[in-house]
Design a binder for this molecule. Structure first.
Ligand code: HGY
Ligand code: MN
Ligand code: MN
Length: 423
């Protein structure tokens, strides 16, 4: 598999080399001097968006950057049925080069290959490079994807980042248009489906020694910002029994949250961000702010976990005389992948890679938002050690080529099915 043998008119080795070169280019576009950090609407996001737009045009698309900061490349008629394909180009802090970007690069290479075949498709293909999938800068939930999918929440325009910059202001500075984002919603009647290729961010494919897998569903997810208030005091004079130490209380809550995640099969719970004030070595912390990210394979299990987390935190706060508030800012339902798109990816993967296991996704993806618009399907690509959200994130050139070839073949099969259905 993957030794340069062309599949259809697809040269897997060449696709892999092209993909890795493009990912190296994107991986060098960062807001940070010494790591890859590219947050929504940042200067690096704008540079990366311009690069992606240029690639889309070179591949044969009409391309532009829309009011929400998405890069859109359309191949085929401006009207009529459309197949969407893409992922995100924003990253977490100190990120890997492949999370998100691989799906955008793969979509561009797929359109280039299909255009090169002179293939007349029974639909247009619209490549989408979303900008706010990681939701690191603003407390939103796939906002620029929801603009396309028709689920944009106008209240997002008023949320602010850590520097107090509102999303609306950041959009204007980026060259977007906050007044136009809700008008980006696509017509569900013309939306045939959405395909996303993404690194697995888990160990299944590496353990199975297989390059690609077909995603079955995406986990339900919830996120909140929490504030715990006690009383700041002198670290040397306040007896232990009289303290209302917000950081010790948070520590107990964090251990409880971790335990609840572990108790539920397939459930996960993470406190990824914490800050204690005033943050002096000899002052009992009076206030702590921390985040919670909880996920589960199904909505019912997530609801149970959230109830347990809420009860545990309130009980700890009451016993310690602390004031606890929780501000949820993201809730994503468990999202099943559409059967026909799973089958298209599976048939393409078996033709090219020999086998492709079915894998549930614990990570969230743009497909969660796009599922509001149309049927969605995802293909996972093996990544070393399952590592992601980490600069050690990596894939092989051979797997990259194989995955792009599978995406191209899946689109060919969807086109054949569409043509047959029309008779
Ligand atoms: O957090 C996630 O699951 C995704 O990487 N944004
Ligand atoms: Mn990610
Ligand atoms: Mn991602």
């Amino acid at each position: 598999m993957g030794n340069g043998i062309a599949t259809g008119s697809t040269d897997i080795a060449a696709l892999g080399a092209r993909a890795m070169a493009m990912l190296d280019t994107l991986g060098a576009i960062s807001d940070a001097p010494d790591n890859l950090t590219r947050l929504y609407l940042s200067p690096a996001h704008r540079r990366a968006a311009h690069q992606v737009r240029d690639w889309m045009e070179a591949a044969g698309c009409e391309a532009h950057i829309d009011a929400a900061g998405n890069v859109v490349g359309r191949y085929g008629p401006a009207e009529g049925p459309v197949l969407y394909c893409g992922s995100h180009i924003d990253t977490v802090i100190d990120a890997g080069r492949f999370d998100g970007s691989l799906g955008v690069v793969a979509a561009i290479l797929a359109v280039e290959a299909l255009a090169g075949e002179g293939r007349v498709l029974p639909f247009a293909i619209e490549i989408l490079a979303f900008g706010d999938e990681e939701n690191v800068r603003f407390p939103t939930s796939l906002s620029s994807t929801q603009a396309i999918a028709g689920g944009y929440d106008p209240r997002w325009l008023d949320v602010v980042d850590g520097d107090g910059v509102s999303l609306a202001q950041a959009l204007r500075e980026f060259g977007g248009d906050p007044d136009a984002v809700t008008g980006l919603a696509r017509d569900p009647a013309q939306a045939l489906g959405y395909l996303e290729l993404h690194i697995e961010q888990g160990p299944v494919l590496e353990r199975a020694d297989l390059p690609v897998g077909v995603v079955t569903a995406i986990a339900a997810a919830w996120r909140a910002d929490c504030v715990l208030r006690g009383q700041a005091g002198h670290a040397g004079t306040v007896p232990m029994g009289l303290r209302r130490d917000a950081l010790s209380g948070a520590a107990e809550m964090i251990a409880a949250i971790e335990g609840i995640g572990a108790q539920h099969e397939g459930g996960v719970a993470t406190v990824g961000r914490i800050a204690a004030v005033p943050g002096a070595v000899n002052v009992i912390p009076g206030e702590v702010r921390f985040s919670i990210d909880a996920r589960a394979p199904g909505d019912a299990m997530l609801a149970t976990m959230l109830a347990e987390i809420d009860a545990a935190c309130k009980s700890i706060a009451e016993r310690r005389g602390l004031a606890f508030t929780q501000a949820p800012f993201m809730r994503a339902p468990a999202t099943p992948m559409a059967e026909p798109l799973q089958q298209a990816f599976a048939a393409a993967a078996h033709a090219i890679a020999g086998d492709a296991p079915l894998i549930p996704s614990g990570a969230g993806h743009d497909a969660v938002a796009m599922a509001r618009l149309c049927p969605v399907g995802m293909l996972f690509v093996r990544c070393a050690g399952g590592i992601s959200h980490n600069p050690a994130e990596s894939i092989t050139q051979a797997d990259a080529g194989c995955a792009v070839a599978v995406l191209i073949e899946a689109i060919r099969r969807i086109a054949a099915d569409q043509a047959a259905a029309r008779g």
